[in-house]
Design a protein around this ligand. Structure first.
Ligand SMILES: *Cc1c(COP(=O)(O)O)cnc(C)c1O
Length: 366
């Protein structure tokens, strides 16, 4: 590896061995429950290396909500099935049909356009119809309409295969993936099967947020597919939000490493008439007395929200941030930090997403 490149901070370090183990663990856990996995790569800007790890270690396909990411993977030589996760825009139907094999859908007009585009390109396309179980993002709301739509795809759209049905919970409405919700999805699937007189290949139960049910052995057996990103990339949500401390999962496969550009003893309460910060907020400050404060050369523009970062040196406390700076308190640390030293952080999903997209961040694979 190029040493110069490694020393250009801030670095987003991706540990390929740890990601491999995370992928194998989740694929195995789900496999034991007859669940196959689409590896979701939108959180890592569709990194080709990470996509390959997902595919080489048991994921059946790769998914993203952005068609340009799937196009880029296809052009880089990925031959596996690619799944378009966001409902297709009318303006991207041609690309969706050309570059992805499967898409999530809920609208009849979109499905008709997919079918027409398939005729133009003389190809086929698989769809998973989305049912809204209450999270209020994508999905058909009425059960009757949903079953009619499924029948319509099955009987009228010759080039579109009704591959299965699915749902998405948690992302907007913060609705929890429960056994009841999953049983409801299975019931709807069985109503569709009754109407079309055959079994569906896929019942897609959700995202990383569905893993707790699998871990508890409570996922209904007919749910046979999940779309997993965070659970393999960071595996921090299960610990942080659900209290599952999975010791077989690496929560530090992806780390932010930033460099210290100033260390000064300063008060913790700003001196002057307090008004507005750079993002238009009127923040509150607590007076904690004097602190050994370090400035790191990375900012909100790169990671979004500093509350989604966790210092690996647990004695370091994050104080705040601005567009280009992260401020931390070193007062409690046993280590004698100096200007030029580095500080490492593990991440929650939001920060990972922003960091992968930031042009200022040096992505280093180890
Ligand atoms: C992002 C996304 C996923 C994956 O979510 P993770 O929390 O990263 O597992 C699954 N399904 C859809 C529709 C998505 O948009």
């Amino acid at each position: 590896m190029n040493l110069d490149k490694n020393l250009r901070y801030p670095i987003l370090e991706v540990n390929l061995d740890k990601l491999t183990q995370n992928t194998e663990n989740i694929v195995k856990l789900c496999g034991q429950n007859n669940i196959f996995i689409t590896g979701v790569v939108k959180g890592c800007n569709a990194s080709i290396e990470i996509s390959k790890i997902f595919l080489d270690h048991g994921c059946q396909s790769i998914g993203s909500s952005r068609i340009e990411q799937l196009i880029s993977l296809r052009k880089k030589g990925i031959e596996a099935d690619l799944m378009m996760l966001r409902l297709p825009m009318a303006s991207e139907i041609a690309d969706v049909v050309k570059y992805s094999n499967i898409s999530l859908n809920s609208e009849r007009t979109t499905l008709e356009q997919i079918n027409s585009e398939c005729t133009v390109l003389n190809t086929q396309h698989k769809v998973i119809l989305m049912y809204d179980l209450g999270d209020l993002r994508e999905g058909v709301w009425s059960t009757e309409e949903f079953i009619n739509l499924a029948e319509y795809v099955e009987t009228e759209l010759s080039r579109v295969e009704l591959y299965g049905i699915g749902t998405n919970l948690g992302c907007y409405g913060s609705v929890k993936t429960t056994e009841e919700k999953m049983q409801q999805l299975v019931q709807i699937a069985e109503m569709v099967e009754e109407r079309i007189q055959r079994k569906l290949k896929v019942i897609s139960g959700g995202t990383t947020f569905a893993l707790p049910l699998v871990l508890d052995g409570k996922m209904p057996s007919r749910i046979n597919h999940l779309r997993i990103g965070e659970g393999m990339l960071l595996s921090k949500d299960l610990q942080y939000f659900f209290g599952y401390n999975l010791d077989f999962m690496h929560k530090n496969a992806i780390k932010l490493i930033a460099q210290i550009i100033e260390i000064q003893d300063k008060p913790s309460f700003p001196d002057g008439e307090l008004f507005v910060d750079s993002f238009g907020n009127f923040p509150q400050y607590n007076d904690k007395g004097r602190q050994k404060r370090a400035l790191l050369a990375v900012g909100k523009q790169d990671f979004g929200d500093h509350n989604k970062l966790f210092p690996v040196d647990a004695s370091i406390e994050i104080i705040g941030s601005s567009s280009d700076h992260l401020i931390v308190d070193l007062s409690q640390s046993a280590k004698e930090y100096r200007v030029g030293d580095i500080v490492e952080f593990t991440l929650l999903y939001q920060s990972m997403l922003y960091l992968f997209l930031s042009a200022s961040i040096n992505k280093v694979l180890v």
